[in-house]
Design a protein around this ligand. Structure first.
Ligand code: ZN
Length: 348
């Protein structure tokens, strides 16, 4: 049974839907998840912090609780030597997400992603990828998800396999591509062409997530918008990517070098973080294009999600605490503020 009385497609028909992503980065910052591997072992080891983050994102305005099954797939679990925990991790992640969806009325989303074993020159890899998707999708179906996200695909063909598996399970499919520095997928098609193929093949929502920040994702979103008629998704990373460094992996810090050089990804991206106003600008611009499935990916904090939700006219619970600088001790305008305070404002 779905957790919500309205479906994703009904909600998108009615207006924007916010989906918070970026769980791996936020839990890494909080000290419960290892960068590099980026496997959500946290759902077994510290389930309470996953539940809290789900709640934090819903409080901030997410209409969706996305189960933390990103990279909880067979290949990644092999890399960290925990393949035996594959099913427990998936089922636990879905259970934690479902509990928060039920208590809050949010939609529950299952999640599958890039497998890292797809190889266009290896026909057998397609079967391996399909089998990896099938087992994760089945666990999501068992949990009663409202829909399934297939995300961060940089091979258009791998995204198509994910779509086929999700649709074979009779689930609503949100498929988002991850575009790196090149303006084409790794198999050489534009994001617009890849999304058109996915839409023609039955995807319910298509678009982009991760890798690119607002500035370098937006031009591609416009091209996709011109190519497809179905609902679109846009979930950038909250980092100041630009023409010369269009992906967050390519961002180099001019003020600081690690032992490995100037690459800031993934644990030194702080100085590149978009502020909430930049995310709000992105939300307004995307909505004006008719893009209604909106979120923020790796790097997102609850303040980004709140700003995004408010930018498209929503008033989440956390808006109770949105800034009101009229009450600030120096910069405010409240009648109780003494002039000795206001006059000092320029010296702060
Ligand atoms: Zn991401």
């Amino acid at each position: 049974m779905p957790t919500s009385t309205t479906t994703l497609m009904q909600r998108l028909e009615a207006g924007p839907v916010i989906c918070a992503e970026g769980y791996l980065f936020e839990l890494e910052r909080r000290g419960y998840l290892q960068a590099g591997a980026f496997v959500p072992e946290v759902v077994l080891e510290h389930p309470e912090v996953v539940t809290q983050l789900h709640r934090d994102f819903v409080h901030a305005g997410s209409d969706v609780v996305e189960a933390l099954t990103y990279y909880a797939h067979r290949e990644k679990l092999r890399v960290i030597g925990r393949e035996n925990d594959l099913e427990p991790i998936n089922r636990r992640a879905l259970e934690l997400a479902k509990a928060v969806a039920v208590e809050s009325g949010a939609l529950l989303a299952g999640d599958i992603c890039n497998t890292n074993v797809f190889d266009p020159n290896d026909a057998a890899s397609r079967d391996v990828v399909r089998a990896m998707f099938e087992e994760q999708v089945q666990w999501a179906v068992d949990a009663g998800v409202d829909y399934i996200v297939g995300e961060t695909f940089s091979w258009a063909e791998e995204a198509m396999i994910a779509l086929n598996v999700i649709k074979a399970a009779k689930q609503t499919a949100v498929i988002t591509l991850a575009m790196h520095r090149a303006d084409v997928t790794r198999d050489g098609v534009t994001a617009a062409e890849a999304c058109k193929r996915l839409a023609d093949a039955g995807a319910d929502v298509v678009g982009l997530n991760c890798i690119r920040g607002p500035e370098t994702m937006m031009p591609m979103l416009k091209a996709i918008r011109a190519a497809v008629k179905i609902p679109m998704a846009a979930l950038p990373v909250p980092y100041r990517t630009h023409d010369k460094e269009p992906s967050f992996q390519s961002l180099c810090d001019a003020h600081w070098h690690g032992d490995w050089g100037a690459r800031a990804f993934p644990t030194a991206l702080d100085p590149f973080t978009c502020n909430r106003f930049e995310i709000a600008d992105f939300g307004r611009e995307a909505l004006a294009l008719g893009i209604r499935y909106l979120g923020v990916c790796c790097g997102a904090g609850p303040h980004h999600i709140r700003a995004l939700a408010e930018s498209v006219g929503k008033h989440p619970a956390a808006s109770k605490y949105s800034a009101d600088m009229t009450k600030h001790a120096f910069l405010g305008s409240h009648e109780r503020l003494k002039s000795v305070q206001k006059e000092y404002a320029d010296k702060l």
